[in-house]
Design a binder for this molecule. Structure first.
Ligand SMILES: Cc1cc2nc3c(=O)[nH]c(=O)nc-3n(C[C@H](O)[C@H](O)[C@H](O)COP(=O)(O)OP(=O)(O)OC[C@H]3O[C@@H](n4cnc5c(N)ncnc54)[C@H](O)[C@@H]3O)c2cc1C
Ligand code: FES
Length: 280
C-alpha cells in the first residue's frame, strides 16, 4: 500500500508527484437498500474500484480526475472525485450519479480502461493528539473514509455524517471499527435546522479544546461550517467541490474567492483550504 501520509507533512501543501495513467476497472458496486427508483426509493450511490495506479504516496483529502477511455469526445472533460481509499492495489471512489459524466460512470464494466490523473491537490491535516472533528455532508463522507483508515490514533477522531438519502446508501462499513461517529438524517427544514444547531455546539466544543475541524460536503453545508469556524475561532479546513475542467491549474474554471488577494484555484491550491484563507 502506498504510504498515505506523514503527520508532519499532512497539511495544505502542494501535491506529491501526480501521474496520468490508464488503468482498469475492477468493479462497480451500488450501495443502497433498493434500486427501485420508480417506486420512490433513493438512487443508489456507487463504489468504483480501479487498479491502483503506480503512485508513490497519497494523502487523504486529495482527489483524482477520472476519464473512461470509452467516452471518446463526449463527455469531453474528466470528472474529479475524492480518493476514498487507496490500498491493497485498489483505488476506490465513492460517487453519486448527478449528471452526464457520473451517469456514464454507472454504466462502466470491469475490465474497461480509465485514465486517472492523481493524486491531485492538497490534503487534510493529520495532527496526532489533537481532538479532530470530521464533518461530512452526504457524499462528503468519501475522503473521511480514507482519512480515518490512515489516521494513527482513532481516539482523536469523531465523525458526524449529515445525510439526506437512506443511511444504507453510505458505505459506513468501510469506516474503521471503533471510530466514534454520529449519523444524522435530515429530511425536513426542521431537521436541517436542528442539525446545524448540533454542529454549532460541536464546533464550539472543539474550539474550547483547541481541536481541529475538517469538513467536506455540498456548498451550503460548507458555507455553514465556514461561518461557524470563523465565529468560534476553531482551526478548520474545508474541502471544496467546485466544478473543474482541467483539474491541474490551467483553465481557471475552478476558482474561488480568497480571504485576501486574488481568487485561488481549487484544483491545485485546494481542494482543502483553511477556513480563514477563503470566502464562501
Ligand atoms: C475535489 C472534488 C472532489 C469530489 N469528490 C466527489 C466524490 O468523492 N464523489 C462524488 O460523487 N462527487 C465528487 N465530486 C463532485 C463530482 O466531481 C461531480 O458530481 C461531477 O463532476 C459531476 O459530473 P456530471 O457530468 O455527472 O455532472 P454534470 O452534467 O456536469 O452536472 C450535473 C449537475 O451537477 C452539478 N455539479 C457538477 N459538478 C459539481 C460539483 N463539483 N459539485 C456540485 N455540483 C456539481 C451541476 O451544476 C449540475 O447541476 C467532487 C468534486 C471535486 C471538485
Ligand atoms: S480546473 Fe482548471 S484551473 Fe482548476
Amino acid at each position: 500500500m502506498p504510504d498515505p501520509v506523514s503527520p508532519e507533512e499532512a497539511s495544505s501543501k502542494p501535491p506529491l508527484h501526480p501521474t496520468c495513467e490508464e488503468t482498469t476497472v475492477v468493479s462497480l458496486t451500488p450501495v443502497g437498500p433498493s434500486i427501485d427508483i420508480a417506486a420512490g426509493a433513493d438512487k443508489p450511490l456507487w463504489l468504483l474500484d480501479l487498479v491502483l495506479p503506480n503512485w508513490g504516496r497519497w494523502r487523504p483529502g486529495q482527489f483524482v480526475m477520472l476519464r473512461p477511455a470509452a467516452w471518446g469526445l463526449d463527455p469531453l472533460w474528466a470528472r474529479p472525485f475524492s480518493i476514498c481509499m487507496a490500498e491493497a492495489g485498489v483505488l476506490r471512489v465513492f460517487f453519486q450519479d448527478v449528471g452526464r459524466g457520473t451517469a456514464a460512470l454507472t454504466r462502466i464494466r470491469p475490465g474497461e480502461r480509465v485514465v486517472v490523473w492523481g493524486p491531485l491537490g492538497t490534503s487534510f491535516a493529520i495532527r496526532p493528539q489533537t481532538p479532530t472533528l470530521l464533518l461530512a455532508g452526504g457524499m462528503g463522507l468519501a475522503p473521511f473514509i480514507g482519512y480515518a483508515r490512515v489516521h494513527p490514533d482513532l481516539t482523536d477522531l469523531h465523525l458526524i455524517l449529515g445525510h439526506r438519502q437512506d443511511q444504507a446508501c453510505y458505505p459506513l462499513n468501510l469506516l474503521p471499527e471503533g471510530l466514534s461517529k454520529e449519523i444524522m438524517r435530515q429530511q425536513s427544514e426542521e431537521e436541517l435546522q436542528a442539525f446545524v444547531e448540533h454542529l454549532e455546539r460541536k464546533v464550539l466544543d472543539y474550539a474550547v479544546r483547541d481541536g481541529l475541524v475538517l469538513a467536506c460536503g455540498p456548498h451550503p453545508f460548507l458555507r455553514a461550517v465556514h461561518g461557524l469556524a470563523l465565529r468560534h475561532g476553531v482551526k478548520t479546513q474545508l474541502s471544496l467541490e467546485n466544478r473543474m475542467a482541467c483539474g491541474v491549474g490551467a483553465c481557471l474554471g475552478c476558482v474561488t474567492e480568497a480571504a485576501q488577494g486574488p481568487p485561488v484555484r481549487v484544483c491545485n491550491q485546494g481542494p482543502v483550504f483553511w477556513a480563514t484563507d477563503i470566502k464562501l
